[in-house]
Design a protein around this ligand. Structure first.
Ligand SMILES: Cc1cc2nc3c(=O)[nH]c(=O)nc-3n(C[C@H](O)[C@H](O)[C@H](O)COP(=O)(O)O)c2cc1C
Ligand SMILES: CCCCCCC(=O)C(=O)O
Length: 377
């Protein structure tokens, strides 16, 4: 099922970035590919993966594998979801519509970003009945926040992911040097521009004063005042599971469980926020140990291959979210490109399990890996 591939696109997903660079316009390239500051966190993400090595086992009668899983009531063909990523029209004119269609065709859950270039309603129409989650950037205006939650519920998004590592934008030199922020051009604020609560706050219709709409969004987006005390509000207004995304500290994962959250996503936003942060995979084992089976632990930041996925699962993640490689596939070939990326990753995960002696990801543990020597500090 997973093995079909798209000609001309490399099956080496780690190398897909190089192919995609040529397909992206300069501003899009500057927004999607680079990371915060010096890029230290993005490098740490990859170095953490390279430090862990798989220890293959043999003679374990693994003729058939089962990759299926259930995460917080969502059934999936494999422990893989599409990470929430905004402004996907930067990569391809079809943007999130292409991504959700490719995901739906394979049954891989798609996580819809608040900052998407398409609205809840458009995504629901394109994605049909396939599993969909919603990622909230909590705006300072509670009426708009409630309206987003209502619309997400009404359009069939089952699970809420609250992103906490981006209360404001990180220091991103590639964008700062160009003075580029797509949202200020009304790109990536489709959920806002179609929201009755948001539109009611504007003095003039968006068509008459598009700049004012963008500036109003810019006032509502930064929300550094949020605290643990705000979480009961979400619980009150969202019936399904809630995960906190952007967790690196074990103590924050413990607090998430104490505050009745259903899961966390260990993530540093692909190194796009704090420059010099701990590599996400380095943070994962302590988080998994801190919460045990109390809540679900998911993972992203730096996942490029099936072998990476294997390592994250072995270190305690119940599933991984795939980030930039999806955008690279999208940039190169739209829906077909995303389909290619997902199939390659799933096929390589299946093969890695088989060659390492596992019939299922459920059998993975830290014993499945060995840590290569750390370089001296
Ligand atoms: C272009 C782009 C846009 C993103 N937009 C969002 C977003 O809207 N919400 C969010 O929670 N994370 C967002 N992310 C972060 C991803 O969800 C994910 O954490 C990150 O891409 C993982 O790192 P990786 O791409 O290096 O694997 C974005 C990432 C990229 C590259
Ligand atoms: C003003 C910041 C909006 C960021 C939304 C998209 C995102 O998360 C990213 O990393 O880019």
């Amino acid at each position: 099922m997973f093995a079909d591939r798209t000609p001309d696109l490399t099956t080496d997903l780690a190398a897909l970035e190089d192919q995609a660079r040529a397909a992206l316009a300069p501003e899009a390239l500057g927004y999607v590919v680079p990371s915060a500051g010096s890029g230290a966190t993005a490098r740490a993400n990859r170095e953490a993966f390279d430090r862990w090595r798989i220890v293959p086992r043999v003679l374990r009668s693994g003729a058939r594998r089962d990759l299926t899983c259930d995460v917080l009531g969502t059934s999936m063909p494999a422990p893989l979801l599409i990470a929430p990523m905004g402004v996907q029209t930067l990569a391809h004119p079809d943007g999130e519509l292409a991504t959700v269609r490719a995901a739906a065709a394979l049954g891989v859950p798609y996580v819809h970003s608040t900052q998407a270039a398409h609205s809840f309603e458009q995504i629901a129409e394109a994605g049909g009945d396939a599993p969909r989650w919603y990622q909230l950037y909590w705006p300072t205006d509670r009426e708009v926040c409630l309206s987003f939650l209502e619309r997400a519920k009404a359009t069939g998004f089952s699970t809420l992911v609250l992103t906490l590592d981006t209360p404001m934008l990180g220091w991103r030199p590639a964008d700062l040097n160009r003075g580029f922020l797509p949202f200020l051009r009304n790109v990536g604020i489709a959920n806002y521009l179609t929201d009755p609560a948001f539109l009611a706050k504007l003095d003039k219709p968006v068509e008459e004063d598009p700049g004012a709409a963008a500036l109003h969004w810019a006032k509502m987006f930064p929300n550094p005042g949020l605290s643990w005390a705000d979480l009961p509000f979400l619980r009150e207004h969202w019936d399904g599971p809630i995960l906190l995304k952007g967790i690196s500290a074990a103590e924050d994962a413990r607090l998430a469980a104490d505050h009745g959250m259903d899961g966390v996503v260990v993530s540093n936003h692909g190194g796009r926020q704090v420059d010099g942060a701990i590599g996400a995979l380095d943070a994962l084992p302590a988080v998994a140990d801190a919460v045990g089976d109390r809540i679900a632990v998911l993972f992203d930041s730096g996942v490029r291959t099936g072998a990476d996925t294997f390592k994250a699962l072995a270190l305690g993640a119940r599933a991984v979210l795939l980030g930039r490689p999806v955008l690279y596939g999208l940039a190169l070939a739209g829906q077909e490109g995303v389909d290619h990326v997902l199939r390659c990753l799933l096929a390589e995960l299946d093969l890695t399990l088989a060659l390492s002696g596992y019939v299922s990801h459920r059998g993975l543990s830290r014993e499945s890996l060995a840590c290569a020597q750390r370089s001296a500090p």
